[in-house]
Design a protein around this ligand. Structure first.
Ligand SMILES: Nc1ncnc2c1ncn2[C@@H]1O[C@H](COP(=O)(O)OP(=O)(O)OP(=O)(O)O)[C@@H](O)[C@H]1O
Ligand SMILES: [Mg+2]
Length: 386
């Protein structure tokens, strides 16, 4: 007996607009079996993403499910997702614990103002109430290493902008598997990535699937990827499912004219790439390059927030203030930005205990605040090319 985790029957989804209603998904039916990878393929606008959004009830204000069933099998019971409100506790719990989404654009899925670690921890807290901060930290480190990210201890404190596209996508995958979901919806998760990173991410999906026995609904345009990872395939066109079947059957004996055209186009593309001459041979007389890039250097600013920089200096200044007011002498060694001579690495300030020297401390305080404020953020040169 097949162990179905999700059954979609006769699903219809529409969007309202001032121009009228758009019927985006028409009478779509398919199911997903536990532990399998089901690929959904089809041309742009065929309704692949809308179907996945309907499963998660994230269609937005204008989208609605008109009819059909999305039956989720939960530990021996069934829940029809179409009967749940998008913002209901049950639906939130399903999104937090049962069905996760990895989208095409990781930057839009991640918050730019929270660290990678905080975002993963939030997911962990959502599906595991009562989890201590320390345990959440340990689990986050484990998740980051599970998705094969280097230096998880360092990465946990980074913001998404400081990561590469492939690394961000891995962070999204770590967030998606944090709850060990029954179903992972991957909506073109590798489209924006280079071939090597794409292969690594696909391997990662296969590894995680083996580890936690989750089902994957993999949406893609890439038939190479479909052949590599899927067990079964659903083909969509104009909002409808036009063909479905075992991956081998779809590739070797496609039946619907659209699937046949799709397979033929892929074969033609493969043949063209075999026949194509290398650029050098085809353009042997081309000597002058169109673009000549040398010593290109991309600089990322690191830090720079006033309060962050000022924190320790402010503490020291307050300490000095208090110390001199308590009639003690102090020796204050300050770094260059506070030094009266800007080209020496540090300066030494001797603060006698007399009250009149408090004025001096006040001046020093304001100089240090000003210099911290105006100090340029540290910069790091991350990449150069000759
Ligand atoms: N928020 C929306 N409002 C109105 N129409 C929408 C909305 N989202 C999607 N659609 C329409 O629904 C149809 C299906 O869109 P969908 O995003 O599912 O396509 P897709 O198959 O995922 O395409 P792609 O491969 O380009 O991502 C399209 O015609 C699209 O214009
Ligand atoms: Mg899409």
């Amino acid at each position: 007996m097949t162990d179905k985790v999700l059954e979609i029957k006769g699903l219809n989804v529409s969007f309202d607009s001032t121009l009228g209603s758009k019927h985006a998904v028409k009478d779509v039916s398919f199911d997903i079996v536990r532990g399998e990878t089901l690929a959904v393929i089809g041309e742009s606008g065929s309704g692949k993403s809308v179907t996945s959004k309907a499963i998660l009830q994230i269609l937005g204000k204008t989208g609605h499910i008109d009819s059909g069933e999305i039956m989720l099998h939960l530990d021996g019971t069934k829940v029809d997702i179409t009967t749940l409100k998008s913002d209901s506790i049950e639906m939130r719990r399903i999104r937090a614990e049962r069905i996760s989404l990895v989208s095409q654009e990781p930057m839009s899925a991640l918050s730019p103002v929270h660290t990678v670690g905080d975002q993963i921890k939030e997911t962990l807290f959502l599906c595991n109430q009562g989890l201590s901060e320390q345990d959440a930290h340990q689990q986050t480190i484990k998740l980051l290493s599970q998705v094969l990210l280097p230096d998880p201890e360092v990465l946990i404190n980074k913001y998404p902008y400081a990561l590469s596209g492939g690394q961000r996508q891995r962070v999204c995958i770590a967030m998606a598997i944090a709850s060990r979901p029954d179903i992972l919806i991957a909506d073109e998760p590798t489209t924006a990535l280079d071939v090597t990173t794409q292969a690594e991410i696909l391997e990662l999906f296969a590894k995680l699937q083996r580890e936690i026995n989750m089902s994957i609904l993999f949406i893609t345009h890439d038939l190479g990827v479909v052949a590599q990872i899927s067990d079964r395939v659903v083909v969509m066109k104009d909002g409808e499912v036009v063909e479905r079947g075992d991956v081998r059957q779809i590739f070797e004996r496609p039946e619907h004219p659209y699937t046949i055209r799709l397979m033929d186009a892929t074969r033609r593309l493969e043949m063209r790439s075999e026949l194509k001459k290398p650029f050098e041979l085809a353009n042997a007389d081309v000597k002058t390059p169109i673009i000549d890039a040398r010593n290109v250097c991309k600089v990322f600013e690191n830090g720079g927030g006033f309060f962050k920089k000022a924190k320790s200096w402010w503490r020291w200044t307050m300490f000095l203030w208090w110390y001199t007011r308590a009639n003690h002498s102090v020796l204050w060694v300050s770094p260059a930005p506070v030094s009266p001579l800007w080209d020496v690495p540090f300066s030494v300030w001797v603060m006698p205990h007399q009250a009149r020297f408090n004025t001096m401390i006040q001046v020093a305080t304001w100089i240090s605040i000003w210099s911290i404020w105006s100090a340029k953020p540290k910069t790091t040169c991350l990449s150069t090319c000759a």
